[in-house]
Ligand binder design. Structure first.
Ligand code: GLN
Length: 486
């Protein structure tokens, strides 16, 4: 079993292709691991109770297939953030209001991985409706960080990140609206990539802020991310924001020479960053230089407005998207109401947690007549300026580097009552969402307390190849031991 758990997702795929291991052996190893450690971690909201049967069916099919007929993800279990629809499985968004909701259909990303033979391992915990940076606002209780059980795994895809770090899943999908793949990846010592806006279909992802949301992988290493990203990417006629651009061969791109690659960074953004994070960031830049990269100072003039801009736009879109959860559809409905309006109010009062209500209030406020121009419209204009800063910078550089988060994983309870402090954990990740750019977090070392730290690369639109290529070379050069001891 240990053998299986120590293999990368890509290695498992090859082992199955060569018929050296059976899908049921892989699935059993993961289910056994889950039964051992899940009590401590709480990474899942649901584990697929039918998995072994599904895996055994794959075993039988496998025996009949020749090597070339075996699709890439055949019989491989994948964990899915619980705001992505998987047919006939719960889809709770870690909210009481969807506690009993069973999805009637597959999201496009799920359809794509299933077509390649993948199995769904389970649904992973998140901050309620993906609003948060710690997974503490989940209706099902917080997920714990495998590196230190008193700390948060980050969020909102904390369940996905912790599941991969704790070897409860070989790989996972998450969603990222302002950092929700990358920040938990950095807190848990795994790789997390948010694709360019439009690269991956959002059909079947519960909408949070539709102009920012993207689905992406969280994995043990860069190659696994490249491998899965290639499969989930591409145009989808069910999502009109998905883009008709050919998907590159990300795996092939990993081996490209990175000599002469230009990496920009703006030192002024590091002002409120932890000392440990800064030290690690500069050490990592040095390593990149040794690998042949050229480090170039750039200025991102408006980036300091990214967090306030995001906290107008994201809640505005969220308040509108969440209007559908009204007690009429999607299962939860309050009892003892007087009339329709009372039913709406009581359902939402009881069904939503505190942070969700806060976002709906902020969003409704900034969109209301009289405030729309002062807040929402202005935020849209600043968003444009942030985009233009990147556009300008990318005339001279291939990639932009920042730490993923200004701190390593913080303690459970430390920020939950201080929303501003919580919001600031996404100071480096939010700009890429506002500008629609691809970005990745790669483990780059450890803090003094031996907590993992992440290094972020932001790329040009649809240039996931370069992100993955440089990350892969960096990962090889660093050769970190990323096994939490717990
Ligand atoms: N932490 C950010 C928020 O709370 C981002 C969340 C996300 O990317 N889903 O809005």
């Amino acid at each position: 079993m240990k053998e299986v758990l120590n293999k990368s997702f890509y290695e498992l795929s090859n082992l199955i292709k060569n018929k050296e291991i059976k899908p049921s052996e892989v699935c059993e190893a993961y289910l056994e691991r889950i039964s051992k450690v899940e009590d401590k971690i709480n990474a899942y909201t649901y584990v697929n109770e039918n998995l072994i049967n599904e895996a055994k069916e794959k075993d039988e099919k496998l025996a009949k297939l020749s090597k070339d007929e075996i699709p890439e993800l055949f019989g491989l279990p994948i964990a899915i953030k619980d705001n992505i629809c998987v047919s006939d499985m719960p889809m709770t968004c870690s909210s009481r209001i969807l506690e009993k909701f069973i999805s009637p259909y597959d999201a496009t990303v799920i359809r794509r991985i299933k077509e390649k033979g993948a199995l769904i391992l389970g649904k992973t915990n998140l901050d309620e409706f993906a609003f948060g940076s710690s997974t503490e606002t989940s209706y099902f209780g917080p997920t714990k960080n495998p590196w230190d059980l008193e700390r948060v795994p980050g969020g909102s895809s904390g369940g996905s990140a912790a599941a991969v770090a704790a070897k409860e899943a070989p790989i996972a999908l998450g969603s990222d609206t302002g950092g929700s793949i990358r920040q938990p990846a950095s807190f848990c010592g795994v790789v997390g990539l948010k694709p360019t806006y439009g690269r991956v279909s959002r059909y079947g992802l519960t909408a949070f802020a539709s102009s920012l949301d993207q689905i992406g992988p969280l994995s043990k290493n860069v190659k696994d991310t490249a491998f899965l990203l290639e499969i989930i990417s591409g145009l989808d006629n069910k999502d009109s924001t998905s883009v008709d651009k050919p998907v590159e061969n990300y795996l092939e791109a990993l081996e490209n020479d990175i000599k002469g690659i230009k990496i920009g960074f703006d030192e002024s953004i590091l002002e409120d960053t932890d000392e440990d994070v800064k030290v690690n960031f500069f050490e990592t830049l040095k390593i990149l230089e040794k690998l042949g990269a050229e480090i170039i100072p750039i200025t991102l003039k408006h980036i300091k407005y990214a967090v306030p801009t995001y906290y107008i736009i994201a809640p505005a879109e969220a308040s509108s998207n969440l209007a559908r959860f009204d007690g009429v559809r999607y299962t939860y409905r309050a009892k003892n109401y007087k009339d329709l309006i009372d039913m709406y109010m009581k359902t939402r009062m009881e069904g939503f947690g505190k942070e969700v209500k806060r976002r709906c209030l902020i969003g409704t406020y900034v969109l209301s007549a009289g405030y729309y121009d002062a807040y929402y419209l202005k935020a849209q204009k600043v968003r444009r300026l942030i985009f233009e800063d990147f556009e300008k910078a990318f005339k001279n550089v291939d990639l932009i580097a920042t730490p993923t988060s200004p701190t390593p994983a913080f303690k459970l309870g430390e920020r939950i009552n201080d929303p501003i402090k919580m919001y600031l954990s996404d100071i480096f990740t939010i700009p890429a969402n506002l500008a629609g750019l691809p970005a990745i977090s790669v483990p780059s070392g450890f803090s003094k307390e031996k907590l993992p730290l992440g290094f972020q690369f932001i790329g040009k639109p649809f240039d996931e190849s370069t992100l993955l290529n440089v990350s892969y070379q960096l990962e090889k050069a660093l050769n970190l031991n990323l096994e939490p001891n717990f």
